[in-house]
Design a binder for this molecule. Sequence first.
Ligand code: NAD
Ligand code: UGA
Length: 472
Amino acid sequence: MDLLIKNICCIGAGYVGGPTMAVIANKCPDIEVNVVDINQERIELWNSFDLERLPVYEPGLDKIIEKCRGRNLNFSNDISHKIASADMIFISVNTPTKKKGLGAGQASDLKWVEASTRQVAKYAKGHTIVVEKSTLPVKTAKVIQNILKSDQKSAEKNQRRFDVLSNPEFLSEGNAIKDLEFPDRVLIGGESENAINALSNIYKRWVPNKKILHTNIWSSELAKLTANAFLAQRISSINSISALCEKTGAEINEVSKAIGTDTRIGNKFLSAGPGFGGSCFKKDILNLVYLYEYYGLNDAADYWNSILKINDWQKKRISNYVIDKLNGTVSGKKITILGFSFKSNTNDTRESPAIDICLNLLEEGAILSIHDPKVNENQIRNELKERNFNLEQNWSFDLNIYKNINESHAILIMTEWEDYQNLDWQKIEKLMLKPSWIFDTRIIADYSQIKKTNINFWRVGKINNKENQSFI
Ligand code: NAD
Ligand code: UGA
């Protein structure tokens, strides 16, 4: 008989834990879902009355929280009790790249996974299914099993039993609710048929059976790293082509469309930009590289490393281009940065390409005026400080786009927010210092309007900047 899950606990109330559990609670009103975290402030924000203050911005998330919170969805710091009452525990904690020690700069730091597993080992009761939701190196399930088993004595005493499953998350930020409600697939890796069925039965409430894939546990762990590596590889590939377009007169959008209509290639993830950001692509590829090196597969490690090199190169060449066009110096010049999040529809700034490009310009003495509709000033401060940039007087933040732009030499569009798609370029022309420049790394600004002004412009992967018009 299938195991019936009545109570779920998710350890980690972040960008994955929060939205994922909200959707499960919404789809399964008979299951109590408790999301716990060591971070008190984060939990307070998840519980805030004003839904604008939720710690994660995702379109549609506020409505689900409003409906389910206090019904069968709860956020708390009461980790021990929520673990004790759960039949199924999702581990959804952060797994960043290790900063020091063995594997520093490459391997994932599993200290948060270990710590939460130890909490499960300590507090769980009866039969508990432990689900890896975090992205983990292949073979981590073994580490989790070992920690849980090491408490075997008391486990026997209390008749406790654990099954470990891998159920990686494929949601992308900004689309999380849609991705969770209509996933391309749900992947479940494990050995215990009962445990696999118990988890599948939860997803089956809204995901068609044929989309629920069962694999062995190592395939599931490796498939997650591989999916992110392949996605990142596509972006580095198209970004490398964008540079060639700028030299030759080919247009990146046209090239993307032409290759994307080949069903073997497919049309997604072919937008050139300032380089990929987000908390996962870089760390997951670094983790893959670490695994290759660990197993002595060095040429394959180099191959995947090159995806990261191209990503850095794209950011650097854009920074250099901006400096070059502003007469080789940005020192003392005001530049407006439109967008700081790593993509639109999220307030997440982790590994955002805006960080590196801003730092490159700040190091050259530029004065930056930054706008983002969802990222707050403190987040930007923290990102810059973390990278040892402390000259606060060299940048400012304002929620009024036109105030930012006033007296700027240049505008740099970093994130594809809708707010930047229909700007008043006639008004902007009057506000900017001359000669004025717009650098559009996302190809979203209304080009037909900019052309009516005297603003110089550059768009990634295109040669149609004013300076080059004689070539066309
Ligand atoms: P996050 O940093 O937003 O959230 C992790 C949370 O875990 C934090 O709030 C932290 O305080 C909490 N935590 C850490 N240790 C804890 C402990 N011992 N007990 C209780 N809480 C603890 O991270 P995230 O973006 O949600 O990512 C989580 C995992 O999911 C990572 O492995 C990531 O690679 C993976 N992932 C992320 C995304 C994404 O879009 N962000 C998508 C798919 C997979
Ligand atoms: C990515 C994957 O898409 C998810 O499937 C995965 O679950 C997640 O990582 C994870 O494991 O964390 P996410 O990082 O949220 O999701 O966002 P993406 O839409 O993948 O974008 C990543 C970066 O690539 C962004 O900076 C985005 O602007 C950039 N990008 C994306 C491009 O430059 N061009 C594209 O065509 C697509």
